[in-house]
Design a protein around this ligand. Structure first.
Ligand code: GDP
Ligand code: CA
Length: 311
């Protein structure tokens, strides 16, 4: 069986990976997760995108929301709010145990990649999930209302501020976590999941050596568009792309990855963009159903990706 690497943000990536592990051996898959959204809150180290992927692959995720644990309660936050704390970042009671466990492991001196491996093992997740880096990187959004952490922009302020710039604090000094560059080099295929190109895939590609490794690898690199018919399926990708002057379309996303992509998978509803992506960006295009509304669609999308990797 070949080795695969996937670059992943949160919900869009997790949905796709659910389909992939149904048809591909998870132990042959390395997932590189975004940690630009990580933050410390109430003294806890929270890693939203790693948790979404972990909970989804462990079968624990709240499918309706796409994040958090299904059936979770919020007694902890309710009580904190009585003590006068802000509770805009929603941490469920079960979810809290994950953040506490991770924080205790980090305090003991483990690296984030080691803590992540421990959480995955205990929840029965068989893919190798690697944070993009063990070093601190924070996605900061510069807006008309000031510069803020991505979570504050998205969750606290509901993505209402016009975006002026996006910055990955600490990315220049950060090193890829152990095993990432080797995995990219040895892979037969690399998948760029349908994730936010600016704040999920962007931070991963900003880590020293990762983009270069993707340009150099003999692996076939296949991306999936998170934008369908000029809009994201969920989340603020359109607002961030607009702020950075990037066309809000599958073409705009492909243009961000053109130097590393062999094939870009777009939704069949966007098939009129295929010629333009191929001729202007020099990337092969495949159009199929990418709106992952059912397990069947997720699996079929994963099959299409495997097919384009194996040729
Ligand atoms: P986040 O951290 O949870 O926002 O996670 P991601 O970056 O992985 O996901 C956000 C992106 O996933 C958005 O740009 C969505 O458009 C995309 N997305 C979510 N569901 C789907 C889907 O069913 N199909 C496609 N093509 N994209 C999706
Ligand atoms: Ca995220």
């Amino acid at each position: 069986m070949p080795l695969l690497v996937a670059l992943a943000g949160g919900v869009g990536a997790a949905r796709f990976l659910q389909g992939l592990v149904a048809i591909f051996p998870p132990e042959n898959l390395t997932v590189i997760g975004n940690t630009g959204d990580d933050m410390e809150i109430y003294g806890l180290y929270v890693s939203p995108d790693l948790d979404i992927v972990t909970y989804t692959l462990a079968g624990l995720v709240d499918e309706a929301k796409g994040w958090g644990i299904k059936g979770d309660t919020f007694g902890f936050l309710d009580m904190l709010s009585r003590y006068g704390y802000e509770t805009w970042f929603r941490i469920g009671d079960r979810d809290l145990a994950t953040h506490l466990h991770r924080t205790m492991l980090l305090r003991k001196g483990l690296r984030l990649s080691e803590a992540t491996a421990d959480i995955c093992r205990r929840l029965g997740v068989e893919v190798r999930l690697l944070p993009m880096t063990d070093d601190p990187v924070r996605t900061m959004i510069r807006t008309e209302a000031g510069t803020m952490h991505f979570q504050e922009y998205l969750v606290k302020r509901g993505a209402r501020d016009a975006v002026l710039a996006v910055e990955f604090l600490g990315a220049k000094e950060a090193k890829p976590s152990p095993g990432i560059l080797e995995a990219i080099q040895e892979a037969e295929g690399v998948i760029i999941c349908p994730s936010n190109p600016i704040v999920s895939i962007g931070p991963i590609l900003s880590i020293d050596g990762i983009r270069q490794a993707l340009r150099r690898t003999r692996a076939t690199v296949v991306g999936i568009s998170p934008i369908i018919m000029g809009a994201p399926v969920k989340g603020p990708a359109d607002k961030l792309m607009r702020g950075l002057g990037i066309e809000i379309s599958a073409f705009g996303v492909a243009s961000l990855y053109a130097d590393i992509l062999d094939t870009f998978i777009i939704d069949f509803r966007d098939s009129m963009l295929a010629k333009r992506i191929e001729s202007e960006l020099g990337v092969n295009v495949m159009a199929t159903d990418t709106l992952m509304t059912s397990f069947e669609v997720k699996k079929r999308l994963a099959e299409a990706v495997l097919h384009s990797i194996r040729g």
